[in-house]
Design a protein around this ligand. Structure first.
Ligand SMILES: [Zn+2]
Length: 124
């Protein structure tokens, strides 16, 4: 038992506690609770399920260019028609509701004068 130099065995020689544990209940023990909060915290701004890639910008092209009336003779409406001749939904094209309504009319008029196809893949 010579590995305990800090216990010089005070008076009396009473072997009461030659190996006292080094104060396990310090005042800092309550601070360990802060480490507990790192587990379930997972809803950060860059967490999974966030918008990683946006398909298109969420602005209406007609609103940006301040087009009040969509002309059915405008070739720009072709980009709102898909490859199969269908009108793109607003979710994809990003057109706002009033402009999508005008665009719908414009595309249908353009179809009637054979500027746009009703559907692709027929007879060709
Ligand atoms: Zn718009």
């Amino acid at each position: 038992m010579t590995d305990n130099p800090t216990a010089p065995a005070p008076a009396g020689g009473e072997a009461r506690s030659p190996e006292r544990p080094p104060a396990p209940r310090g005042p800092r023990e309550g601070g360990r609770r802060d480490d507990h909060g790192r587990g379930p915290r997972r809803g950060g701004p860059s967490g999974p399920g966030g918008r990683r890639f946006f398909r298109r910008r969420r602005v209406c092209k007609f609103c940006v260019e301040k087009i009040d009336h969509i002309d059915y003779k405008d070739v720009a409406i072709r980009q709102f028609v898909g490859d199969r001749g269908k009108i793109l939904p607003r979710r994809i094209s990003g057109v706002c509701a009033p402009h999508q309504r005008q665009l719908k009319v414009a595309i249908k008029r353009a179809r009637n004068i054979a500027l746009l196809p009703f559907a692709a893949g027929h007879g060709a």
